[in-house]
Write a protein that binds this ligand. Structure first.
Ligand code: NAG
Ligand code: NAG
Ligand code: NAG
Ligand code: NAG
Length: 592
């Protein structure tokens, strides 16, 4: 009995500490903070501020008041100095006054939680363009980058951004790098041999706490996919959270195999369940707990952006959207560059189908070869001049890729097909191929996106693509043509399916062909037959040029400028949300 009371008291005290003491620790400096800062400013020699455990509270004041907040990075060490320029500035003290939500000069710190900020991948391109857009949205916005890349200096990171992503005009003076030096290892998948996802969840909580201890932001932006960080942020800081999701961390399909495997509790009614049963039940429980944790974390997010239809559909179903609370899940395509309408419609193109893909089984080069060969077999009378030839262009990054390439090559010679292979070529060569050939191929089933297909459109290689996921839903969507909706031929490209697709449910004829009418999709053999033999007008130069010109118009939504525009609009929403979150506060934290 007493025991329960103790636990109750302990829980109460713990909760009180988390909900009132921690926000004060992170946000509210001691009452004499202004005197302390003054003392440092007036000291004849530069000295460190004595901040004790209130590092974030002090750093926030300095960052929010400074003309060049970037100075307050913790790259060298975690101590705080005052920038000589700020020390000289006559109104620095004035700027450090309490800021109410109504103060028109109030600045906001957007904290980007992106531990691998110095990597050069697609996720980082999104991060840095988002940072640029956030700074562009208002002069009063300051960006904090939380990174574990502790060896890279701020200026090196920014240089890399400029070189790698061609993102110019970043106002580096408003970007504060906060280096997370202690707990970075906990989010590393390799650190957790077992229970990896749970471990990473724990890691992101700890790392987010480290971030908040150095500098607590006003808005939390997760661009890398570490959802467990929302928990401390929401619980302690109560600020808006925005999440850019490339891929769901967990999805029911991952453990669907366990869940739906006729798992029967009957085995437990018998006297001795087998070890296998116990293990299976344990796994099921583990994944279920994680999954519902993930669902809960989603409820803490104010604005969820997804990088495409596939991810959007998943996130909609996982992070059930509560419209009445203003929470939403929207698509914002990742920026793929700038597209200028440059396709040359005059020059004749080579009658070739180019397939750009890494040599991997899921890219289904083999399928293309088999179906192409079938088409040739059945149309021996067609003039060879009319039949496009195949070009496979791709990289071999691993030994497995090389093995796949060897396999594909040997199948091509077995089927006596004349296929050009272009392996590991330069980007210039890729571009040259793209603007020389008539068609661009993609045969993968459920390709989440397919940046290669975007390149086809942008360089005028008419897409012949598998009718699933990214190419169907996001990219080759047709240009303002309701009549052709859902058809295998569109005003921008052509689609096919195959009876070997994992989700294929249609009919197959005795000869192994898809039974297809023009309401559904042909297979690749039938597609070639349709556009070359039965309806040659579809592959006439005139029609292909029309498709190319339409295709160009689809690209705007993948452009950097579109991304920036949309992001700026979302920043406006966040600013509004931040204010309403803070308005609701009644504690002293309201003005910090
Ligand atoms: C979204 O991100 C995932 C994971 O990185 C990637 O596979 C997919 O292609 C991306 N989608 C888009 C539309 O870029
Ligand atoms: C959505 O949020 C509102 C307001 O908090 C609440 O009343 C409602 O029950 C929620 N709906 C669902 C489906 O969770
Ligand atoms: C589609 O079907 C209709 C009627 O069955 C036919 O007249 C038309 O030619 C077909 N179109 C194509 C492109 O196959
Ligand atoms: C199969 C397919 O993608 N069809 C598209 C054709 O174009 C319309 C719009 O013009 C799209 O809505 C369809 O999805």
């Amino acid at each position: 009995m007493y025991f329960l009371v103790y636990i109750g008291i302990l829980l109460y005290v713990g909760l009180k500490f988390i909900t009132s003491a921690l926000p004060r620790l992170f946000l509210v400096p001691p009452h004499d903070w202004r005197d302390k800062i003054k003392k440092v400013i007036e000291h004849p020699k530069p000295i460190y501020l004595k901040v004790g455990s209130k590092r974030s509270a002090y750093r926030r004041r300095l960052v929010l008041a400074s003309d060049a907040p970037a100075y307050y990075t913790n790259f060298v060490n975690n101590k705080l100095k005052i920038s000589p320029d700020d020390a000289k500035s006559s109104d620095f003290e004035h700027l450090m006054k309490n800021r109410d939500v109504d103060d028109p000069h109030r600045r906001l710190v957007y904290g980007f939680f992106h531990p691998y900020a110095n990597n050069g991948g697609g996720g980082e391109r999104v991060l840095w363009l988002a940072v640029q857009a956030t700074l562009m949205a208002s002069d009063r916005n300051v960006v904090a980058i939380y990174t574990t890349n502790i060896d890279a200096q701020p200026k090196d990171i920014l240089n890399k951004v400029q070189q790698k992503f061609q993102i110019e005009h970043l106002d580096g003076s408003r970007i504060v790098f906060i280096y997370l030096k202690k707990y970075g290892k906990f989010i590393d998948a390799d650190y957790w041999k077992h229970f990896t996802i749970l471990g990473q969840f724990f890691g992101s909580v700890v790392l987010a706490l480290e971030a908040m201890y150095e500098l607590s932001p006003d808005v939390w932006v997760d661009t890398i996919g570490l959802p467990a960080s929302y928990f401390p942020v929401n619980f302690i800081l109560k600020i808006p959270i925005m999440s850019y999701v490339h891929y769901p961390v967990l999805q029911p399909e991952m453990f669907g195999k366990l869940k739906f495997k006729d798992f029967s509790f009957n085995s437990f009614k018998t006297i001795k369940p087998s070890l296998q049963d116990v293990k299976e039940l344990g796994k099921l429980m583990y994944w279920s707990v994680l999954y519902y944790l993930y669902v809960y974390l989603g409820s803490l997010v104010d604005v969820t952006l997804t990088n495409g239809t596939w991810t959007n559909n998943h996130m909609q179903s996982i992070w059930s959207v509560n419209k009445s609370m203003g929470k939403k899940v929207d698509i914002l395509y990742p920026p793929c560059g700038e597209f200028i309408e440059t396709v040359d419609l005059v020059t004749k193109r080579e009658n070739k189908m180019l397939y750009i893909a890494q040599f991997r089984p899921e890219k289904r080069h083999v399928l293309i070869l088999e179906k192409y060969s079938q088409f040739l077999q059945q149309n021996k009378k067609v003039s060879p001049k009319l039949i496009p030839s195949l070009v496979f262009l791709g990289s071999c990054r691993t030994a497995e890729d090389t093995a796949t390439l060897v396999e594909v090559k040997s199948l091509a010679s077995e089927l006596d097909l004349d296929v050009e292979f272009v392996v590991d070529c330069s980007y210039e060569e890729v571009l040259s191929w793209l603007s020389r050939v008539k068609y661009g191929l993609n045969a993968m089933w459920n390709e989440h996106f397919g940046i290669g297909v975007v390149e086809y459109l942008s360089k005028g290689a008419v897409p012949l693509v598998h009718a699933s996921a990214g190419p169907l839903l996001d990219i080759v969507t047709g240009w303002e043509d309701e009549q052709n909706k859902g058809k295998w031929h569109n005003n921008t490209g052509f689609f096919f399916k195959d009876s070997t697709d994992p989700d294929y449910k249609g009919e197959v004829s005795k000869e192994g062909f898809l039974i297809f009418d023009n309401e559904s999709f042909p297979d690749f053999t039938q597609l070639l037959e349709e556009i070359i033999v039965k309806h040659p007008e579809l592959s006439s130069d005139e029609n292909l040029n029309k498709l190319r010109a339409n295709g160009q118009k689809l690209l705007q939504k993948f452009s950097n400028s579109e991304f920036v525009e949309q992001w700026v609009a979302h920043v406006g929403e966040l600013q509004y949300l931040e204010r309403s979150y803070r308005d609701k506060r009644t504690d002293i934290v309201r003005v910090y």
